[in-house]
Design a protein around this ligand. Structure first.
Ligand SMILES: [Zn+2]
Ligand SMILES: [Zn+2]
Length: 239
């Protein structure tokens, strides 16, 4: 399935929508609420009308609020498949801390903290403009990991250890992202940022989060500047 075809099909995977005569109870992929519906895709996905109408940042928040996943990369890829999340765009600056906070607080079984911190992360990441990587020399996905550590340590400009750790994670992810060179790719940089954050959590907090080290990017067809063989996540699919 070509990614570009999904503008008309299922919002999750791009497959064709199937309409049934009788409505059935289906759970929305994003908000997890159940509805009686006559429409789902051939892979079984259902998206409710209110989630269908959300913008990228709201969709990310809605999905993370209701997700019980402990796998940030898997959540990121699911969200990236939505046509609301563009190939490149500042919504990735929220996507990074959102899926990290979700995995972290789902592991901690603290939904209240998750909801509260998702909201704060959304406000903070809205201040990181598009194109930050090239214009300010600081990729927004890296800043996203700083927001994440800042929030789980309750850091402030006056904090000592949380201040050190949140600046350190930004530095770590930024260095990894920088070393792989430009041009921008919000997918590649999100994968690197998430991997660095997961490593950091293990080293500094003893929290183990699942991450697939061998992820293959599914979005390269949409990226005309894709580094292809020079990108760690690229695989020629022979299409
Ligand atoms: Zn689908
Ligand atoms: Zn929904």
């Amino acid at each position: 399935m070509m990614m570009s075809e999904k503008k008309t099909g299922c919002m999750v995977c791009g497959e064709e929508l199937i309409y049934t005569d009788e409505p059935e109870k289906l759970q929305c992929v994003y908000c997890k609420n159940e509805y009686d519906s006559n429409a789902k895709c051939s892979a079984g996905h259902f998206v409710c009308d209110s989630c269908h109408a959300l913008g990228a940042v709201e969709l990310i928040e809605q999905y993370c609020q209701s997700s019980s996943s402990e796998n940030p990369l898997e959540m990121a890829v699911t969200l990236m498949k939505s046509p609301r999340v563009k190939m490149h765009g500042p919504e990735h600056h929220f996507l990074v801390p959102a899926v990290l906070l979700t995995a972290y607080y789902n592991i901690k079984k603290d939904k209240e903290a998750k909801l509260k911190k998702l909201k704060v992360a959304k406000g903070r990441s809205e201040k990181i403009l598009g194109g930050f990587c090239g214009f300010y020399g600081t990729c927004g996905a890296a800043v996203g990991t700083g927001i994440f550590i800042s929030l789980i340590t309750d850091s402030t400009p006056l904090a000592k250890e949380g201040w050190r750790q949140s600046n350190l994670i930004t530095a770590r992810s930024l260095e990894t992202i920088a070393n792989h060179g430009g041009p921008r790719c919000c997918k590649r940089n999100t994968y690197w940022a998430l991997r660095e954050a997961v490593k950091f959590l293990d080293e500094h907090f003893g929290v183990k989060i699942e991450i697939n080290e061998n992820i293959i990017c599914e979005f390269n067809e949409l990226n005309k500047e894709c580094l292809e063989d020079e990108c760690r996540y690229y695989q020629d699919k022979g299409l």
